[in-house]
Design a protein around this ligand. Sequence first.
Ligand SMILES: C[S@@+](CC[C@H](N)C(=O)[O-])C[C@H]1O[C@@H](n2cnc3c(N)ncnc32)[C@H](O)[C@@H]1O
Length: 503
Amino acid sequence: MSVSLTSFALPTTIVTSRLSVSAAPSTAASPRLPLPGPSSSSLQCQHFQSCSGCSHELDLDRPPALEEAAKFFKDAGVSDFTFDSCRLWEWRCRAKLAVRGTSDGPLIGLYKEGTHEVVDIPLCQAHHSSINAVVNLLKQGIVELNIQPYDEDLRTGELRYIQMAVTTYDTSIPAAERYQRGKVQVALVWNSRSEHSPGSEKLNALSDFLWRKGGPRSGVHIIHSIWVNFQTSSNNIIFGNRWRHLLGERDFWERIGGIDVSLAPSSFGQANTLAFDSLLRKLQKYVPFGSSVVDLYAGAGIIGLSVAVTRKCRAVKCIEINKESKISFEQTLSRLPKTVDSSISWHHADASIEPLHWLEGSDVIVVDPPRKGLDQSVIFALQNLVSSERKAANASASSTLKAKDEKRPWVLRAREASVHIESKTSWEESQSWPQTLIYISCGWESFKEDCRYLLSKKVWRLEKAHAFNFFPGTQSIEVLAVFKRGPRSSKKKKKSAKKKTPK
Ligand SMILES: C[S@@+](CC[C@H](N)C(=O)[O-])C[C@H]1O[C@@H](n2cnc3c(N)ncnc32)[C@H](O)[C@@H]1O
């Protein structure tokens, strides 16, 4: 069977529209090359009926949650909520796909809703076109080399999943073409313990095949690098702990939020690179110059490092539970401009354990939790900042005392930075407590709940809210919400205060 490398003729314009609660809803965005059909912002994907990846196919520029979000923020006192509809097709630069079926009829895609039946999605309209092209190549390799897709019932087979991540940052390509000509970091999830297990010659044959057909000497050069992850567990967890780099460049760079970012395949990465960049540009404006920032749920620290550079922060502390993200953080740190004068650290720690410890001394908190939202203990710490502040003020040199008193080794270990660079300027140790909270959310339902909790004690007020179309075709939106300390001063109060002012 021969499977050709296909490049899909889809609109490539970045489509951006803004919806403000005071303005009429945006009309359908019009890409440069309109698609035939009911609406110029419809998905038009032949896999829509069977694949679970997208939940709606019309009005991709107006996700179902948008109207509700606009109302929610208006009710919460935000009058200038904005929505960025971002790129509507080929937006997904990171995909994890199951490999099932047989060696002469492989299926590569997502599970059908509520089942473990894989739907083959070679023409997915959400995927960056380079991902679809590499999936096609992979299928060709599976057939030619008789690679056995994984069988979940029998726990047999060789190839279980693939992860594809696209880098669109290649300065040798003209800037206007960089996105479209993105290259793929391929990670093959192989059903064996290690590179020494029986069957490794088939793994090597498959990666050589991919490299020959899609590597730098192939004429199409669509593959950036090839990795393998070894996973033999019978559970549903995609990745095992063992990663090996096989071919191509080891380091994977992307340009996001004004900095060069490195992402290892084992680290969390946002799926929608362009939308994430838009969000970061907006976020940066809410971080005062020279401030001290703590980035909770930091992953590889992209947000923290991006504001360290663009807002000349005096300190940035990143807290992340996945130790695999450390290597990417270190790499990114190594490419920051030499002029950066900031004390920067990355801690391998669970943000939900004694979160107050991380908040003290910072002016700005950034939280970017997983879909389920903030841990209860983090919400509690944010709601109780005032009393913590008072306690700290009463106990002089409180932080030193606390640090000395702490005996639990895991807490001490977490507090020690896994990575740390010092600022060249010696700043006075800050006793400040955060005045700004920036909440980035990919889970609209959990965000609403967390937001209500945060506002309930009037320790925080909601100042700004923006949404981004990170996942067109799905129910999800990404929210960037900015909270400030203290209750909102109501107009009524101001009036009565005026009356009391003696003339
Ligand atoms: C939505 S991702 C955001 C990552 C990062 N801000 C970015 O944009 O690349 C959430 C991150 O939170 C981490 N995480 C989950 N639970 C955590 C916890 N209790 N403490 C610290 N990090 C946690 C995950 O490993 C993941 O990297």
